[in-house]
Design a protein around this ligand. Sequence first.
Ligand code: UDX
Ligand code: UDX
Length: 426
Amino acid sequence: MKVCVVGAGYVGLTTSAVLADLGHQVTCVDLDQNKIRTLQDGKIPIYEEGLAELIETGTRSGRLVFSSDTASGIEDHPVILIAVGTPPQNDGSTNLAAVANVIEMIADHAHAHKTVITKSTVPPGTNEWISRVLSDKGLHPESFDVVSNPEFLKEGTAVHDSFHPHRIVIGAKRKKAFQLVRSLYQKIKAPVIETNLAGAELIKYASNAFLAAKISFINEVSRICDAYDADIKDIQRGLEEDPRIGSHFLSAGLGFGGSCFPKDLSALVHAATDKGLTPSLLQAVSDVNETQTDFYLNKLEQDLNDLKGKQITVWGVTFKPGTDDLRCSQSVKLINKLISKGSVIHTYDPVAKIESERVASHDDLYDSVKNSDALIIATEWPEFQAPDWERIKRSMNGTLLLDGRNFVDLESIRAHGLHYLGVARR
Ligand code: UDX
Ligand code: UDX
């Protein structure tokens, strides 16, 4: 199949490389000419495990091409897959300007039948609106199909997730559109769920909101554990053994971040309130997450007496390990709060850096802790699990280690004379 993927971000790039690997002829277009030039030069603009190799294989086979000419991409391909960003606005609703821009271009450049597949996460009702806009702009109803086909890939494991999805969700209106998307993914073994446009849109939001709810649930329970002197890891193990609860997304920590959970949660709250509903549970999921960093900031403050002037080292600045993505990172949120309290911040992260004059970014894990009053592990990168704790203890000025992801072995930390503070660990 000839597919034009619009948007060379995390989702668009991964999807393009995967579709090319499945045997399709893919042109990935992006407005950002620098990004396209980088890709044409054989480099990739993001850090994502296995993606560089897959892109290289795709471009070498000739099945994957990059271009900044969106108009020609649309004209030349019968299948258009939209993977542009849909960032949040201040009121929690979704900014659909990029999607609207692509739809406009499709209306202007569609000279033959187009199947328009929305991969970007868009609020319920958006794909109906896309259909209406294309009709209003003069496209005959028989000359296009609109499909909602949300992605479920996690950054850091995006390539693997794309080849091994738990399900393929297709929302469409016509049989031939369902068939086309089924054949696009025919080499992938996964249950296919067919529904209408709003159904597919809502499966995506409900999935992310549910996973976010699991995290806020365990984080709230961790606060209760703290109050009653219980270890959250024991509670987690006790919950995970029940298959009705399941064993994923029950790790307590500083809370969830990233480009999806916070944004999708507020978009779903917004979509519900738009219809006069009161989504109290979803709101609570957000509230717990919003206050989780404050909860640990207070603990740090109690331990260090005052945060003003304290040298604090933060390991891990991305929103989770395995990615260079800083969007809605809880680590960055915590760092900003520490700065506003007057702390001096040092960071180390294996792939990302915070561009700020108020943060000293180090290239070496051991350099980053020199003379520090406290060390915070904000992201669970593997190299933070068992470094030379003796050397770290010697280098630091203080002894406090806040393990914001319950990642390191607390016994060995204590054995080295460091004061361990985890998320409800005993
Ligand atoms: C994706 C999805 O699209 C979003 O809906 C989902 O919730 C999270 O993941 P992501 O791939 O992370 O977004 O977006 P981003 O990395 O911002 O990339 C989007 C790309 O689209 C950018 O490179 C931007 O330049 C490009 N773009 C934007 C276009 O090519 N054309 C436009 O009209 C607008
Ligand atoms: C998420 C969804 O998992 C994916 O299906 C969707 O397509 C996009 O959004 P992503 O944002 O890449 O993926 O990361 P994910 O691995 O889900 O982690 C999100 C956040 O939750 C991270 O900040 C992570 O640290 C946090 N998390 C995750 C926890 O705090 N505890 C957990 O048990 C799991």
